[in-house]
Design a protein around this ligand. Sequence first.
Ligand code: KG4
Ligand code: ZN
Length: 355
Amino acid sequence: MKILAIETSCDETSAAVIENGSKILSNVVASQVEFHKKYGGIVPEVASRKHIEVIAAVVKQALDDAKLPIKKIDAVAATYGPGLVGSLIVGLNYAKAIAFALKKPFIAVNHIEGHIYANFLTPLLRSTPLHKMERGDPTPSRGGVRFPFICLVVSGGHTQLILVKDHGKYESLGRTRDDAAGEAFDKVARFLGIGYPGGPIIDEMARKGDPKAIDFPRAMIDEGYDFSFSGLKTAIVNYVNRQTIRQTQPIDASRIPDIVASFQQAVVDILVEKTIRAAKDNKTHWIALAGGVSANSMLRADLEARAVKEGLKISIPPISLCTDNAAMVGSAGYYLIKKGKKSSLDIEAVSTLRI
Ligand code: KG4
Ligand code: ZN
């Protein structure tokens, strides 16, 4: 079964063709990051307008790359939430129109569920240890995650620990009570004036810093499965303000690598600790990573090292499948259809959709 999938929940316009839930025939991602950079964050109106401008070309490119005439697709999938409502509407309506015109089944996919399914794509074994790989390397997945598993979903909008029992069967164990992990990266980078989006910039800059330089707080690390990152962000603001007051001048740029490395280590310690504990408490042998923040090199290396130490198996998608993309939506859509599910063309975008 070949599914055409569309994802426009945030600032990436993406279309993909996925065969039988796991084989990527094409995966086109048009990022709007350059348009939002100057504002230091996503401007929702700009995002929806940009989606409208490129959606047709992105879908055409995905079909061309897959060498598949549009009539040959078997079903259409699209993200219907959570996300920015104006952005979601563009991809959802475009997908519904294709399904209607071609009289093909349509399946609406939860974006978080999509992120989880990045772990079902390209089940290839990788030979190079993760910690030896550079950011941007096309690291294939560790190969075929098995049920039940704990999935850590960490993105710009979500931080959630989910017990995945089977296809489509989820139990949410905990989520963030305030900022998402990616949001914390973006806010800290904005505060330090080092650019947008913060995640990849901090990841890069932290390589030059000492992650033990400053002992930032690790909120709720031993407490339940919920997360809280807003206190950590405030701790950084306070730390920097104390330094600048003492020096009565802007913070020395040479101090920034230590600050971001220490911040990143605090976030990673919290994420790793809770994920491992969730796996042990729920007696799963597998853990999986998902969402934009799982592109983080320290998180990938530390979580893999801890998993190996604890005798757990781990699935880490390649970086290109961690950030928003339609391939993961196509995989989730396939397994939903296989379970007999189908969405009505009346379905609407739900910006606050949950798992
Ligand atoms: O999943 P995603 O592409 O979009 C949402 O669904 O939110 O995640 C985007 C988030 C941003 O906050 C970005 O800063 C973060 O993922 N991110 C990273 C890295 N690459 C992207 N965070 C930490 N380290 C990275 N290397
Ligand atoms: Zn996402």
